[in-house]
Design a protein around this ligand. Structure first.
Ligand SMILES: [Mg+2]
Length: 410
């Protein structure tokens, strides 16, 4: 099998409502670049990338000269062809590599008639549990604003009812820490048997991070995720509070993982199939984590069905995945894969069992959302439509005002 072509299509898929986070917002839609790698036998492997609100079409298409004639089975040489560690100092293609790796695994799986998890060692679970992913958000098209503790609890209750979640993740760093602490405690009070995690995307000061961490010590926490920035910051918080520390920001490659093994800063590593350069690097990293008794969870960078499939195949094969995965997926109004959004059952999503990634593109949906992208364009992930002129600093000292209800046009 040889690669003969690479196509990229940018789509904008609507979210229920604009999602607020510590660095800005997802402005009511996800921008994702759908990657199709065509082989000489006519098979098409699927990949996906995105997360920052911009198209990656040009960068993906520019890989064709590197990959024309490449055998998709050759996944190790793929790494060196487009993202060797020293050349990457200039041209960091880790996330592009990930999208191509997904497509190559999809091609190999289709060629052999086996699902991707069988190429990764075989599945040890049939479905992957997920956390509800709770955001403060602006109202949109009948989807209510989420700003107050009551609105947040009501939203979590609806998601719990609809999808069966028993783990809840609050994305914070938007409002002052004391206010978000009140919100977090409201969730703990409302769902006493469920587990919780809080992630302010590293914007708290050391003092606030410590104060928040100490304040939640008695609650049913999975972990406190990136309360402050940096391996050293996390290490100092970790030494002083009784809550496990997780990160998806400062352990995203093997060098950083090695540092964290030698001098522990985080107890739980959130593996992201894009940040790490593919599904296979995540499996390798999970092996290191297993050896050194680090916990493993799955990070979400705002996925449509293709990337979600990579997270499901990853989750299927990790013996040490003892935490529910994260996904923005339930925030979407639709998907670009055949059959629409994959369903949750009892808080979990079934691992696809078809050949390759086990998901295929719905051409009508792709055309519809490619057209929508052309109409609305991308968005600045690091800006907030409700706070013109504001941008995030780390640590943040200019939080949003929780007493103000803002209407935004996106
Ligand atoms: Mg995070």
């Amino acid at each position: 099998m040889q690669i003969v072509d690479i196509r990229a299509t940018t789509v904008a898929v609507p979210l229920q409502a604009p999602l607020r986070h510590s660095n800005g917002a997802h402005w009511g839609r996800f921008i994702r670049t759908i990657v199709e790698v065509e082989a000489d036998n006519g098979l098409i492997g699927l990949g996906e990338m995105g997360g920052g609100g911009e198209s990656a079409e040009a960068a993906i298409r520019a890989l064709l000269p590197y990959l024309k004639g490449h055998d998709p089975v050759q996944l190790e040489t793929l790494r060196f062809k487009i993202a060797n560690p020293t050349a990457s100092l200039y041209n960091n293609r880790t996330q592009l590599l990930a999208a191509v790796e997904f497509a190559c695994l999809d091609l190999v799986g289709q060629q052999l008639g086996v699902p991707v998890h069988d190429l990764l060692g075989g599945r040890i679970r049939d479905s992957v549990p997920f956390a509800s992913y709770l955001f403060f958000r602006y109202a949109s098209d009948g989807y209510a604003e989420i700003r107050t503790p009551d609105q947040l609890v009501e939203h979590a209750r609806e998601l719990r009812q609809a999808h069966g979640f028993t783990v809840h993740k609050l994305k914070g760093g938007v409002f002052p820490p004391d206010y978000e602490l009140e919100c977090y405690r409201a969730l703990a009070d409302a769902f006493p048997g469920d587990r919780l995690r809080y992630d302010p995307n590293a914007v708290l000061s050391m003092a606030e991070g410590l104060r928040f961490g100490k304040a939640i010590e008695g609650l049913n926490n999975d972990y406190l995720e990136d309360p402050v920035f940096g391996l050293e910051g996390l290490r100092l918080v970790r030494e002083q509070i009784g809550v496990p520390i997780a990160t998806n920001t400062v352990v995203v490659n093997f060098e950083q993982l090695a540092s964290n093994v030698m001098r522990r800063s985080a107890d739980v590593i959130l593996l992201d199939t894009t940040f790490w350069g593919g599904i296979r690097p995540c499996v390798k990293a999970a092996g290191v984590c297993e050896t050194f008794q680090l916990g493993v969870a799955v990070h979400s960078s705002g996925e449509l069905g293709i990337q979600l499939a990579t997270m499901l195949h990853l989750g299927a094969v990790l013996p040490n995945l003892t935490y529910a995965a994260d996904a923005h997926y339930h925030q979407l109004r639709d998907d670009v894969i055949e059959g629409g959004r994959l369903p949750y059952k009892d808080g979990a999503i079934a691992v696809p069992s078809g050949p390759g990634l086990g998901v295929r593109l719905d051409r009508d949906r792709v055309a519809e959302y490619a057209e929508f992208y052309k109409r609305v364009g991308g968005y600045p992930y690091d800006r907030d439509p409700g706070r013109p002129g504001w941008y995030a600093q780390v640590p943040n000292e200019r939080f949003a005002d929780p007493t103000i209800s803002v209407e935004v046009a996106t």
